[in-house]
Design a protein around this ligand. Structure first.
Ligand SMILES: [Cu+2]
Length: 69
């Protein structure tokens, strides 16, 4: 299962890397890929992971999630 997060506040490669790292730290997240230009992160879930948990780790890393699809 894939989810796409719209993320605000990412401005460079370091931001993208920080978001990827934060998402990968969650159990159940198999892959995390950030598209910096689009302001999006795509996660591949190998387990059920709630939208709230995904938003929380991104927010803890210092960014805002505007939507999860
Ligand atoms: Cu940055």
């Amino acid at each position: 299962m894939n989810k796409v997060l719209k993320i605000e506040g990412m401005s460079c490669k370091n931001c993208a890397a920080a978001v990827e790292k934060a998402l990968l730290s969650l159990p159940g997240v198999a892959e995390a890929r950030v598209d910096l230009a689009a302001g999006e992160a795509t996660v591949v879930l190998e387990d059920l992971v709630g939208d709230k948990a995904l938003c929380l780790v991104v927010e803890e890393a210092g960014f805002e999630v505007s939507s999860v699809e």
